[in-house]
Design a protein around this ligand. Structure first.
Ligand code: PLP
Length: 403
């Protein structure tokens, strides 16, 4: 399973296109897709050796697959980590992280603004196995500090958050985690390694939902953990082998090809998001825009430092209105008037996606809980795609002009 030989010191854009296993004996230029559940062994002795040392050769699809290996090598190279391991979904990556790092009696500190399923996984599912979790403010480091206990094992952060784009300071959280003898995992779904490399800022693990920007065209589900080789090979790989949250080779292949264009897509989609955010900020029917690329964002400077000077491709905004009922009516008017954008809940797609967090991702909260989280009925989230920014602004104007 030796990586293709490449010269040292290549740029991330080059690694994104060139990293992987060597071509097969046929010399294919595009990465091969190995759709097979099992691998034929040359002889019984080799079979015995490979089953005892899974690093040395392929045996069975739950354990590993060359297409999945190429994806892992490429993503690790882009994140600047020693290794990576693919999983079936982004949530499976977080499940794997918890299974590898935590045991009964351990404590987790997590931002309360992370992805909803992540909150549930820590609070409800891991809670059943005796893992305690404390949820703290995304932006107030003092709350993270105050939550540290002698049994704190893991700090978990996601930045920027969905949908309000709050940014936390990865380097400060890494310092806090390591001072407490704990580990820091960062969900890098929104920025991708193109804008932000959490391990370079001190994090121990990077979590990915490959379903979003890494695929980038809304086709398949995938996930990954990136980190030190020892953790990946000795802790996480044996769990995947046993528990089976394996990444399917077809999905790995799609995402591997997605990584080749990740750099240009994220840059172009972020430029579109900035143009749309500026347009919305100046619009008389919009009361507030949440986008780290705007100077009005509370953590604008931190975001620019941490995210390679970019706000990313996701933004949210509040339309004007009165009570929650009229805010909702106005937001729905904007969403329903869009003739180009997709009404959907995914993000990171080449197609711009518009959604209403209060009735989707935050639909199960009470109105009071939503208000506390800052998710009003007038809030709209927009994940910018690759369409022309002017067409997106015109699409938004259709509904905003009706308010
Ligand atoms: C979508 C998402 C996940 C979960 O990924 P799936 O591939 O849907 O399981 C995790 N974190 C963030 C920030 C996400 O947006």
């Amino acid at each position: 399973m030796k990586e293709k030989k490449l010269p040292a010191g290549l740029h991330r854009d080059t690694l994104a296109v060139r990293t992987g296993l060597p071509a097969s004996q046929w010399g294919e230029n595009s990465e091969a897709l190995y759709l097979t559940s099992g691998f034929v062994q040359p002889d019984a002795e080799t079979m015995a050796h490979r089953f005892a040392n899974p690093q040395e050769g392929y045996t069975y699809g739950r354990t590993s697959n060359p297409t999945v290996t190429s994806f892992e090598l490429r993503l690790a190279a882009m994140e600047g980590t020693e290794a990576a391991i693919g999983t079936s979904t982004g949530m499976a990556a977080i499940l794997l992280l918890g299974m590898g790092v935590l045991k009964a009696g351990d404590h987790v500190i997590c931002s309360r603004s992370v992805f909803g399923s992540t909150l549930n996984l820590f609070a409800k599912e891991f809670g059943k196995f005796g893992v305690q979790s404390t949820f703290v403010s995304q932006v107030d480091l003092a709350e993270w500090k105050a939550a540290v206990r002698p049994n704190t094992k893991l700090l978990f952060a996601e930045t920027p958050t969905n949908p309000l784009t709050d940014v936390c300071d990865i380097a400060a959280l890494a310092e806090l985690a390591h001072g407490a003898g704990a580990l820091l995992a960062v969900d890098n779904c929104f920025c991708t390694p193109v804008l932000q490399q959490p391990v370079a800022l001190g994090a121990d693990f990077v979590i990915h939902s490959g379903t979003k920007f890494l695929d980038g065209q809304g086709r398949v589900m995938a996930g990954a953990i990136c980190g030190r080789a020892q953790w990946i090979n000795e802790v996480f790989a044996p769990i995947v082998r046993t528990a089976g949250m394996t990444l399917a080779p077809f999905n790995a292949w799609v995402v591997t090809k997605g990584l080749e264009t990740l750099g240009i897509r994220v840059q172009a989609q972020s430029a579109n998001a900035l143009a749309i955010a500026r347009f919305l900020e100046a619009h008389p029917k919009v009361s507030r825009v949440y986008y780290p690329g705007l100077a009005s964002h509370p953590q604008h400077e931190l975001a620019m430092r941490q995210q390679s000077g970019s706000g990313g491709a996701v933004l949210s905004f509040d339309v004007k209105g009165g009570d929650p009922g009229s805010l909702r009516k106005n937001a729905f008017k904007v969403i329903d008037s869009a003739q180009v954008m997709s009404i959907a809940t995914n993000l990171g797609d080449t197609k711009t996606i518009i959604t209403h967090p209060a009735v989707t991702s935050h639909g199960r909260l009470t109105e009071e809980q939503r208000q506390a989280a800052g998710i009003g009925q007038g809030l709209i989230r927009l994940a910018a795609g690759l369409e022309h920014a002017e067409d997106m602004m015109a699409d938004l104007s259709r509904g905003l002009d009706l308010i």
